[in-house]
Design a protein around this ligand. Structure first.
Ligand code: MN
Length: 749
């Protein structure tokens, strides 16, 4: 009893201290001092969550307090949001209702808490369709009150910071979701710092070893970078002082996640990443209304000190990013001959870059970015207005628009248009008008004819060519990249498909009438199964499109005459059971299988794969040593994917509850053929050196070797039998020593 009491008072002390910190932080912020409502919200939430503990053992209220602190300090919101953050889990987790909140705290706070309750329990539920619904809700709430989303992001950030106390399969689900939706969302809202932290935390839980490795390598290079930074920035400081500026120069180190991503996508080792260090110049403008010009003044001055890279001036001042980001990025050559990026920003721009949307309440002048945000919200609304039946598709569509950075293109009249990077001519056409998009046959880019799929580059001038007879093609979905174009194309295709279905259904009805067969669902099912469709709509569509003409086989099947088609149904009908019952039994068996898997344990992947019920995914083909996870498919089979496999990412965020943790427990007994890519200078004997190292020195078997040379450069694909990732590392390490080889990496396939 005594210890219990001790614990109680210890907890109470921790809670009070946490709250006091929050109040102190709030009082130092720029907001009006409404501590009363915050205190009231805290007292209410504290007694509502009383006695409940988090997974980590802490009293539950510590979570809302932490979220409120993030909302206050890192997003910069005021008392209404802080109170809503303190109350965010009350309606979800206790007996209080939203009416109670409204009675005590008024409609504004209640509305935000209500929004947060609606989207609680993760954006992604157990089934894909429910997830999309929730996600839609989330985006719609965003239109009502952006604070709901900002607090939701704070909630997620705190959950990520405390992810360590959860089971690995939960960690993957939450980390996956975070990377899939929350980090892009934070980026889109201009919360760059939070976005970076979310990404780093996701990496830390998804690839713990790689995260640790990158971190230790960053640390190891710290002293050298400090030295470089000092030497490089000294003349810059001098010259800014001469210009009469108050300023701050900061070193910015690339985040572990960005480094990892670059290593993965460019297939380079850590040592080959040269833009680890960037320099940030943050200045106080001499005249607020001149701050943009002053950025350019500073730029000109810096170019007198160091040589600028001609192709790497990024002007985010005249054209801010859609999330409001403004700065001037230049790349300068240091005296040691290294390119270093310098970002020039005013204090206001810097705060906008770190805190995003929230920061510009502080600066009334930042109206530009509000426009950009409004524009983005409008696009989201447009996409939401086109209902799509496929939930996962919908998620992808939205996601496309979250992370894109922008390029600038011109209309024939010289108007400038902002488009997401990687947009095509067709995306551009749809961005102007649906009609232009749906009848587009090509484009004149800088007066030259280009196909619809042409990838736009900044500065292109575009004239869209249309034809009345052009119709939307299903292949277009494969190359458009903007959410708007994609949503429009799918919606038009769906309309066409539904039309064809209706036509097909009518043709089928006529056919059945002629054959004097009753038009019921059993007959329809018989027919679509006969043609190996899984849904009746597919049958209707095929008939409507005239890719399927009803004839002899169908006649025999529905009238009961013998034919090959008929035989297929004997197992179902011949036993006296009806097909449905058989199917039901089948389903039950599947479920039983499913429950046999213990999702909380880490699945051991052994060499003897016949003992266990897992399969290696065809898409990413992981081998021992790769970071992996398991996904339980519809049949109860566990499929092993690489954690960074794009298909696995989708599964993680869409079917999180089917993910299980998996780890290799192998001992180099099996070999797997793995392709490597080599590129280098084509000199006599290079290939010989390669095979010498691989087969003689390392004793590795070569399965296949393709080589191609052109203009003094060779490219080779080489398939080797290896046991695990460790083997590959050793091989690559040894081959790197051949001086003619400039590039070497493992290919996914
Ligand atoms: Mn929460």
């Amino acid at each position: 009893m005594a210890t219990d009491n001790n614990n109680m008072s210890e907890n109470e002390e921790m809670i009070q201290q946490g709250f006091q910190e929050l109040i102190n932080d709030y009082l130092t912020s720029i907001h009006r001092k409404h501590t009363e409502v915050i205190t009231k919200a805290f007292n209410f939430a504290n007694q509502a969550h009383k006695g409940v503990k988090r997974q980590s053992g802490e009293p539950y209220i510590m979570h809302p307090i932490a979220v409120a602190k993030i909302v206050c300090n890192e997003i910069g919101l005021g008392s209404t949001s802080i109170s809503a953050a303190l109350l965010h889990d009350v309606v979800e987790d206790t007996d209080y209702t939203i009416e109670d909140i409204e009675n005590i705290f008024g409609p504004k706070i209640a509305q935000i808490v209500d929004g947060l309750t609606k989207i609680s329990g993760g954006i992604f539920g157990d089934r894909a369709s429910a997830q999309a619904e929730n996600f839609k809700k989330l985006l719609l709430t965003m239109n009502d009150d952006i604070r709901v989303i900002l607090i939701k992001i704070a909630d997620r950030l705190h959950n990520m910071r405390t992810l360590g106390s959860l089971l690995p399969n939960k960690q993957y689900k939450i980390a996956g979701e975070t990377l899939y939706i929350y980090a892009p969302l934070a980026y889109r809202l201009g919360l760059n710092k939070i976005k970076t932290e979310l990404e780093n935390l996701s990496l830390r839980y998804e690839h713990p070893e790689k995260y640790a490795e990158i971190e230790s390598k960053i640390k190891a290079g710290q002293a050298l970078r400090d030295e470089l930074f000092k030497k490089f920035t000294e003349p810059i400081s001098e010259s800014l002082e001469k210009m009469g500026y108050k300023f701050d120069i900061k070193a910015r180190i690339k985040s572990p996640y960005s480094i990892w991503k670059k290593m993965e996508t460019k297939h380079v080792p850590f040592e080959d990443i040269y833009d680890l260090l960037a320099v940030r110049v943050i200045f106080e403008p001499q005249k607020t209304e001149e701050e943009e010009n002053e950025c350019f003044d500073i730029y000109v001055r810096l170019c007198k000190i160091y040589r600028p890279h001609p192709d790497r001036l990024r002007d985010w001042i005249s054209h801010p990013k859609a999330n409001g980001y403004q700065a001037l990025h230049v790349t300068l050559m240091s005296n040691e001959g290294r390119w270093i990026e310098v970002q020039i920003r005013s204090q206001r721009m810097d705060e906008m870059a770190e805190q995003g949307f929230a920061a510009h309440w502080k600066y009334k002048a930042g109206e530009k970015s509000e426009d950009e945000l409004d524009k983005w919200l409008k696009t989201i609304k447009e996409v939401l207005n086109d209902p799509q039946p496929d939930a996962i598709d919908f998620l992808d569509t939205i996601k496309l628009n979250l992370f894109a950075s922008e390029i600038f293109v011109f209309t024939p009249k010289g108007e400038i248009k902002t488009m997401p990077q990687n947009s095509t001519a067709l995306d551009f056409a749809f961005s102007i008008h649906t009609f232009l998009g749906s009848h587009c046959i090509g484009a004149k880019v800088n007066h030259k004819l280009e196909p619809l799929s042409y990838k736009l580059k900044s500065g292109d001038q575009l004239e869209i060519l249309t034809s009345k007879s052009q119709r939307v093609q299903s292949s277009w979905v494969n190359f458009v990249t903007t959410a708007k174009a994609r949503a429009k194309i799918i919606s038009i295709l769906n309309k066409i498909r539904r039309q064809k279905e209706i036509e097909g259904e009518a043709i089928l009805a006529d056919f059945l009438t002629k054959e004097e067969v009753k038009n019921d669902r059993y007959i329809i099912q018989k027919l679509y199964e006969l043609h190996q469709f899984t849904r009746k709509e597919e049958l209707f569509e095929a008939i409507g499109n005239q890719t399927l003409i009803l004839g002899e086989i169908d006649r025999n099947a529905i009238t009961g005459k013998s034919s090959t088609g008929w035989k297929r149904f004997i197992p179902f009908l011949g036993t006296g059971n009806n097909a449905k019952e058989l199917l039901k039994k089948d389903d039950q068996d599947k479920e039983k299988d499913n429950t046999k898997i213990d999702r909380k344990k880490v699945l051991k992947l052994t060499e003897d794969n016949t003992q266990s019920n897992y399969k290696i995914a065809d898409c990413c083909k992981p081998i021992p040593g790769d970071d992996v996870l398991g996904y339980i498919d519809d049949a109860g089979q566990i499929i092993i994917h690489k954690r960074q496999c794009p298909i696995a990412s989708k599964l993680k965020s869409s079917y999180g509850n089917r993910i299980i943790a998996a780890a290799w427990d192998t001992h180099k007994t099996l070999s797997y053929p793995i392709p490597l890519y080599l590129r280098g200078i084509d000199e006599v004997g290079v290939l010989n050196k390669v095979t010498q190292i691989v087969s003689n020195q390392l004793n590795v078997n070569i399965r296949k070797l393709n080589i191609d040379t052109k203009d003094g450069i060779f490219e080779a694909h080489i398939w080797l039998y290896v046991h695990d990732v460790e083997d590959i590392k050793i091989i690559i390490g040894n081959l790197r020593k051949i001086k003619e080889i400039t590039e070497i990496r493992r290919l996914d396939d």
